[in-house]
Write a protein that binds this ligand. Structure first.
Ligand code: BES
Ligand code: ZN
Length: 886
């Protein structure tokens, strides 16, 4: 019996190889309050000495304790002083520092030392390109000093930093700079004070040779806020001017949050620092956000339109956390979706307002269904408020983030239909007001929504507790002048959860009159039982049902609708999402049937004709803007298609999907060429029309190249060389990389040479090759791993090669299992360097249950190989053992 796959044995005997399970139900408040924290840093890349002075007092809301347990991870205490007296009766237990104390207020002074340049995990204090920076969420602060490193211990921080003036001319921390000076010995110091009590995960420090783009913002109550975006001075060859878009995005975010949620910024400064070595996208530290360069730097020559959107969305997200996360924080990490789900919803709403609602909604649903649905149906499924974990870093998931956002979006929809246009805002106002300065729970959010918006969310709470994507089936029956919708709901079993209850599913619907192509208004059906019926009178003819408009609920829907009705909706629906969905449905049905071998040649031809008619209408529709056209042309992704079958063969889905692309490309070559030519006339600009043209242009190219590779290579090479912006250039290179042609090699060489000094663009160069349609993509990946620009030390570079590869179905799912082996070997090599990033690569291997038997066995074999490594990190251990469970 494999101990690693037995959850009960795992719980019973935690060993270094069996990290303990942490449970939500075990929450207790910390025994001590820490009203004030003073941190003094003597900075150095190889040695930084930290003196932490904590004022502590017994917590009246907790049981009395005669010791204090301060979390530590890999730390040595240089000294411990209690109320001014050095003590030696402290002990270290599992990394934590235990100090015996009387149950009274005390001052604790603790000195630790760390080596930032040896910190390859990029958690805690680390060096990146000569600068020092921190990442503390979720549990990185304990790698800097001993502290109650949990989100419900709020403290007021004062930070003093001393360091060499030449290496660290800029010294930053949270809050406002209150003092600074020169030590006269080549070092200088600065002191920062953050007046807002915060948990340790929001602490940040940055020191380095930085330059800033500055601006200011006047808040709605007239406070002037100084804004600065810092980049490394060595990179001022261009990085500084590449921060303009980020600055504009920040200012728009500040305005939007005042207007939409009534939230005002609360410090005199807001600083952002861009770092090139970063595990995630960005981090919302109070007053000092730290960003992956990928989400700060953008100009037309080096960033695509979607990179620009990424910057705008992530800047907004981190800024919005100032209220949803910082002013109101989380009681414990099980409540993570309280801040992340809500903040994702807020950034989605912002981007919808900035770029247009329809396309943004489609993009968000694509991510949800392409990433979160598979998670919810796989071995790592968990509710948006999990019940247990071993390593919290593993729970920054699409479920917590994207499903979490959908759940709050459903509350918003319910509030709008049932309680009025202002109700949702009343709920969020009450939430912020009631819990300002507190560490709150998801339950607090729901209760505030009930009290503030006027909703009854009793049954709705199940959305927080039950994992799995609800499955809805709908049958429409017409008799006399009435139509009846019979709707049933099941919530599938997920690991550790069976026999679930029905949840309230708000479905926006419209019933279309086939003849006129119109409907009498949208309505909201709330399906909250296993089976129910809804009857609508006044339909002499059977109407066409448009359902889950705007994707009002994160569910899957099966229904008895004819292909011709889908074609009708794809052409006529006034809800853009529903229109997109009808087109997707049409293709999904066909590809699902085709890849399960259920189609003869005649049926295949009929289905292709129906899809082709809808496709041609989209290509030609002059009413449609190009951005939506580009969106509607895209075929559903392979992961989403694979989700439609209990067990799938990714290579079959891939070849069916490619065959359809090629057929469409051949069939509509003239129309696609015309579209490509028209959109190529549009001069470069950042406005919607020009962006839309670029999107439609590359889509046209994609289909042309599928239909006629030779001609496609010429078109792509022409687009590549004519490009005056990265969107066109990358689009063309993507198509070329998938083709066997001399133009491919030339363009790849040209691209590398052109952008050799720009790491973010070189990341694209790796990713394009790893995700290409080229039949030898797997060999390209192996060669790229040995390229002089490749390194396991930089998460962006690792992701650009291997995440792109793992998401490239035909290469990753190579029949002999070599793709699985490449990812397993990567995990084993990366785990000791950067466990958080390594663990994220387990997911693609964990899908084995849903893959055909031969590949499934090969995937398990690789998972077992990883599990056999005795020194696995907690991160990778947890993901691998969950993924192996049968
Ligand atoms: N708080 C997170 C950053 C974070 C994530 C810290 C995981 C520690 C572990 C931040 O607010 C965040 O969510 N960032 C996202 C981007 C966002 C736009 C969804 C990220 O980094 O991917
Ligand atoms: Zn976040």
């Amino acid at each position: 019996m494999d101990i690693a796959t037995n959850p009960e044995m795992a719980d019973a005997a935690p060993t270094p190889h069996q990290p303990p399970v942490i449970r939500r139900e075990d929450y207790t408040p910390f025994a001590w309050l820490v009203p004030e924290t003073q941190l003094a840093f003597a900075l150095g890349l190889d040695t930084t000495r930290i003196t932490a002075t904590l004022s502590i007092a017994p917590n009246p809301a907790a049981d009395i304790s005669s010791t204090i347990r301060l979390n530590g991870d890999g730390l040595k205490a240089v000294s411990v002083t209690v109320d001014g007296t050095p003590v030696s009766d402290w002990t270290i237990d599992g990394g934590d520092l235990l100090v015996p104390l009387s149950a009274a207020p005390h001052t604790l002074e603790i000195v630790t030392e760390v080596n930032p340049s040896a910190n390859t995990q990029l958690m805690g204090l680390y060096g990146s390109g000569g600068m020092l920076c921190t990442q503390c969420e979720a549990e990185g602060f304990r790698r800097i000093t001993f502290f109650p490193d949990r989100p419900d211990v709020l403290s007021i921080y004062t930070v003093t930093m001393t360091g060499a003036k030449d290496a660290f001319p800029v010294l930053l921390s949270n809050g406002n700079k209150v003092d600074a000076g020169d030590n006269g010995d080549g070092t200088h110091w600065a002191q920062w004070h953050d007046p807002w009590p915060k948990p340790s995960y929001l602490f940040a420090l940055v020191a380095g040779d930085l330059v800033a783009n500055t601006d200011s913002f006047t808040t709605m109550s007239g406070r002037v806020v100084e804004l600065a975006i810092y980049v490394r001075a060595q990179n001022d060859g261009g990085d500084l001017r590449r921060t303009d878009h980020a600055m504009r995005s920040l200012i728009k975010s500040m305005e939007w949050d005042e207007q939409t949620f009534g939230r005002e910024y609360d410090l005199d400064v807001f600083n952002i620092v861009a770092v090139s070595d970063f595990n995630m996208g960005a981090m919302e530290n109070k007053g000092l956000n730290v960003f992956n360069t990928k989400y700060v730097l953008a100009d037309a020559d080096t960033a695509t339109d979607s990179d620009f959107d990424g910057v705008e969305g992530v800047i907004a997200h981190e800024y919005f956390h100032n209220w949803s996360g910082n002013r109101v924080t989380c009681r414990d990490w099980f409540q993570l979706s309280l801040k992340e789900g809500f903040t994702v919803l807020r950034d989605q709403m912002f981007s919808q307002d900035m770029q247009g609602e329809a396309v943004k909604r489609i993009e968000d649903v694509r991510i949800l269904r392409g990433v979160q649905f598979p998670e919810d149906s796989g071995p790592l499924a968990h509710p948006i408020r999990p019940d247990s974990f071993r390593e919290i870093s593993n729970f920054y998931t699409a479920t917590i983030y994207n499903k979490g956002a959908e759940v709050i979006r459903m509350m918003q929809t319910l509030a709008r239909f049932e309680c009025g246009a202002e109700a949702f805002r009343s709920g969020t106002d009450l939430y912020f007001d009631r819990h300002d300065g507190e560490a709150a729970t998801c339950e607090d959010f729901i209760a505030a929504m009930e009290d503030g918006a006027g909703l009854d969310l009793t049954q709705f709470r199940l959305w927080y507790a039950q994992a799995g994507t609800p499955q809805i089936s709908i049958a429409a029956e017409h008799s006399g002048d009435a139509v009846t919708l019979k709707i049933s709901q099941t919530v599938p079993d997920t690991p550790g959860q069976k026999d679930k209850l029905p949840m309230p599913v708000p479905l926006k619907i419209a019933l279309f009159d086939r003849a006129s192509g119109t409907h009498n208004g949208e309505q909201l059906l709330v399906c909250d039982a296993a089976q129910q019926s809804f009857t609508f009178a006044g339909f002499a003819d059977k109407p066409v049902l448009s359902v889950n408009r705007g994707f009002s609920a994160p569910v899957t829907i099966t229904r008895d609708i004819a292909d011709e009705d889908l074609v009708f909706l794809a052409a006529k629906d006034d809800d853009s999402f529903a229109r997109y969905e009808a087109m997707q449905d049409l293709v999904v049905r066909h590809l699902t049937a085709a890849s399960s071998g259920r189609l003869n040649d005649a049926d295949r031809e009929t289905a292709r004709r129906a899809i082709g008619n809808a496709f041609a209408a989209i290509v030609a529709d002059t009413q449609l803007d190009d951005s939506m056209r580009g969106e509607l042309m895209m075929l559903p992704g392979i992961t989403y298609l694979a989700e439609q079958q209990p067990v799938s063969d990714p290579s079959v889905i891939h070849s069916e999907r490619e065959a359809l692309k090629a057929w469409l490309g051949r069939q509509y070559e003239a129309q696609l060429t015309a579209l490509h030519e028209r959109t190529a006339q549009m001069p470069f600009g950042l406005e919607q029309a020009a962006r839309g043209a670029r999107k439609a242009k590359t889509q046209a190219l994609v289909f042309c190249a599928a239909g006629n590779p030779q001609r496609g290579a010429d078109m792509a090479a022409a687009q590549y060389h004519a490009a005056d912006n990265m969107t066109d250039r990358q689009g063309a290179l993507m198509v070329l990389t998938g083709l066997n042609s001399a133009a491919r090699t030339n363009a790849l060489i040209d691209f590398h040479r052109r952008y050799a000094d720009n790491a973010l663009v070189i990341d694209k160069w790796f990713a394009l090759q790893a995700s290409s349609l080229h039949p030898r993509a797997i060999d390209h990946v192996k060669a790229l791993a040995d390229h002089q620009d490749f390194t396991l030390r930089n998460p962006n570079r690792v992701r650009s090669l291997y995440m792109a590869f793992a998401a490239n179905p035909h290469a990753f799912h190579a029949a002999d299992g070599e793709g699985y082996q490449i990812i397993a070997d990567l995990i084993i090599a990366l785990d000791p360097i950067n466990p958080q990033t390594a663990a994220r690569f387990v997911t693609p291997l964990g899908r084995w249950k849903r893959i055909e038997p031969a590949r499934s066995a090969l995937m398990r074999e690789q998972l077992a190989k990883i599990a056999a490594v005795q020194t696995l990190s907690r991160d990778t251990f947890e993901q691998v053992s969950r993924s192996l469970e049968r």
